[in-house]
Structures are given as C-alpha cells and as structure tokens.
Design a protein around this ligand. Sequence first.
Ligand SMILES: C[S@@+](CC[C@H](N)C(=O)[O-])C[C@H]1O[C@@H](n2cnc3c(N)ncnc32)[C@H](O)[C@@H]1O
Length: 413
Amino acid sequence: MAGGGSVIGQLESGKKVFVWGGLPDEIVQIELIKDNTKYAVGIVKKVLQASDHRVKPFDKVGYLSTSPYQISNFAYENYLKSQLIIQAFALHKLNIVCQVKTDNKDYFYRNKYNYTFIDKSNKTYCSTTNFAITTRQSHAKIPVKSISLPNKNINQFAKQILYTINQNNIRHCHNLLVRSSADGTIIARLYIKSNNFNINCFNQFNNLEICEFDTFTNKIGKTLKTAKTLQLVDKLLNKQFIYSLDSFWQINQAVYEMTLNRIKQFVDSNDSVLDFYSGVGSIGLSVTNQTNQLTLVEIDQINNSYAKINADKNNAAAKIKTASVKTAANLIKQNSLLIVDPARTGLSKELTQQINKVLPKRIIYLSCNPVTQARDIKNIIANYKIVDNLAYNYFCKTPHIEHLIILDKLSIK
Ligand SMILES: C[S@@+](CC[C@H](N)C(=O)[O-])C[C@H]1O[C@@H](n2cnc3c(N)ncnc32)[C@H](O)[C@@H]1O
C-alpha cells in the first residue's frame, strides 16, 4: 500500500501505477485518471482477481474519498498499517516490529465530523440539499446518503439538521461541524453562505451555533444564532477534561485512552514531566499525579485556556506555557521525562537539536505521522534506544495511524 491509501501496482507496460480501490496482490481493471512519464494513477473499475481480505465497503458511494480501507477486513487493514510503519522506519535503517492496538470498532467511531453539503444550486443537480463528498476522479462534489465514520449520535444529529434544512428549503449551506462527548452530548456549528431564511427553524438545537461563511474570502462572517454552550466535558483515565468545539481533542477517545494507559506505565511518580505540543493537556494531566512536576507547552492560546481549567481540576501544580516548542526547548533538563505529540510535520529542528544537546532521560513520542516520526528518531537514535513501541488505529478505514514510541537515553559506556 502507499501511505495515502492507494495501492501500488503495475500497468501491463510495466509502468508504476497508484490504484484507488485496490488491495495488494489483486488483479484489477482500472480507469486512468493521470498518466505521467514516471507513473500513472487509476481507479478500480472491475476486480478480476480479488484479495481474500476484500470486503464490501459500508459507504458504496464515497468510501474512496473518506476511507479507502473500507474494502479491507479490519485485521488486514491493521496488518497493512503495521507494514507501512515498519517501512517508514526501515527507510532510516531503523528496524522495528510493530503491533497495532484497536478496540475492535472500525466504523462509527469518530467523535467529531465535518459534513459538507451539495444542493440544487450546484452543478450536479440534486432536488434537495444532501451531504456531499469530493470524488477522487474529478474532484467534483457528489451527494452521499451516509457516512459511516462518525459515531451514531453525530450522524443522527447531522440528519436532523439536514431534515430542518430541507423542510425550510434552505440553500447554500457550506459545512456542519459536529462534536460529541462520550456521554452523547452534542455541540455543533453550521456555516451558511446566505442568510436568506428564518433562523428560528433551528431554535430546537440548543448547542448549535450558525455563522455566515464567505467562500470567496474563506472567512467566517456574522454569527446568526448563538449556542447555549460549545464546550464538552469528558473523562480520560478518570480525570475530567473540558474542551470546546475548536479545541484539539483526539477523535477516537476509546483507543486514545488505551494509549494513555500505556504511556502511564512509563511515567514514575517522581518524574519531572514536560508535555510538549500539549493541546488542552490531555496527555500530561492524565498520566501524572500530584507528586509529579508537570509543565505543558502549547502554542495555541485557546487550547491553553482549557489546559489551565483542566490543570486546576486535575493537577493544580502544573505549569502551563503558551509558547512554541522552539522557544520552550530550554526547559528540557537531563532528568526530564519529555512527552512529544506533534502535528503531522513532526518535531521542530530546534527541539531535536536541544534533545541531542541535553539528552533528557526518557522521551515518549506519540505521532499521527510515522514518516516524520521515523525521520525524527533517526536524528536522535545515536543517543537513545527504543524500549517500547505500539501503533494505535485511531483512524480506522482511513489511511492514518498513530504510533507511540518510548526512548530511553543510552547509558554511558
Ligand atoms: C497532535 S496535537 C496534540 C495535542 C495533545 N497532545 C492531545 O493529544 O490532545 C498537536 C498540538 O500541538 C500544537 N502545536 C503545533 N505547533 C506547535 C509548536 N510549534 N509549539 C507548540 N505547540 C504546537 C497544536 O496547537 C496542537 O494542539
């Protein structure tokens, strides 16, 4: 498989082709959608020889855009993802084995979803407003009846909103962002391109905000309806967290909690813990207790305002810094236990340099992009050994995977 979710194949001519809708070892007929001198891209039209692992996708229309692994059984998906991680590390001559952990729930797991719409004003004619996806072939929007990644509370809420939109003949809806807590409470924001309708038809949805959205400038405009609240409360390892519709919060909470349990095993009660890229504090605050010194470093002020509330609830002594990890790197000491959970781009260069200079005793690196994680680990591995690693499939059916690595400083020979 290729990292993005297509499978790498060969045309009869021998040219390399990235195929959407195929699995390894299959023979398929494809429609070419790109043909460069070096490689081609195609979409499966007919499966001539199917993989034993092939299953029917839940979302017949649209799975290729949202979650191409829908055609694989779950065990094989996890196997393929473990191979991708192993390959990413092998590229840097790092030999690892990799087990993938899940909670065995591969559909209806997301606690946040962003629905887009299509309506009669669009080029593709639809008599009503519908949810939409963008196709891989033409990058055109097409209507879809169902999307099977968001949890059932979110899908049910989104369908009620869609029903209200159609009952009131509202057009020009842009997108609907919905988030739910584990207890099923929903918060949401609807972005709309025109305000030519009676807003009162949404009055029954207390926790829904409605805003104008200008597609030319890509800017959010006036708030047309305010929500009673846009905050949620959830528990991780029995600690309570508050966060908002726009905060960073992992989308697969059950599997995230499995990761936190694993991380906790590598945190001693007297460790001095630095949680870099800390969001609303969900790792640092859940895996430490009052005996730990804890510092959270996060660049986003709003995330940090929630981290402050969460620290007051769970670990009053935690220090919270609104800073880039680049400027906060000097906080790292030899006795630090450093937790890093960066965005897909991986660690900043300055942070890697500081790690190599100070050599903190343990590094816990959680990543949503094993490719950049492998690059970063190659840059520090001369001073560290990998003591544990596990992948967690937070993003089932999609091409993404989370990977946890624990590194201990090599003892001086
Ligand atoms: C993958 S999220 C992890 C958040 C948190 N650990 C969690 O799991 O909830 C990455 C976080 O890093 C923050 N971030 C991105 N670049 C940063 C930087 N240069 N310095 C500090 N924080 C940064 C983002 O705002 C985001 O909250």
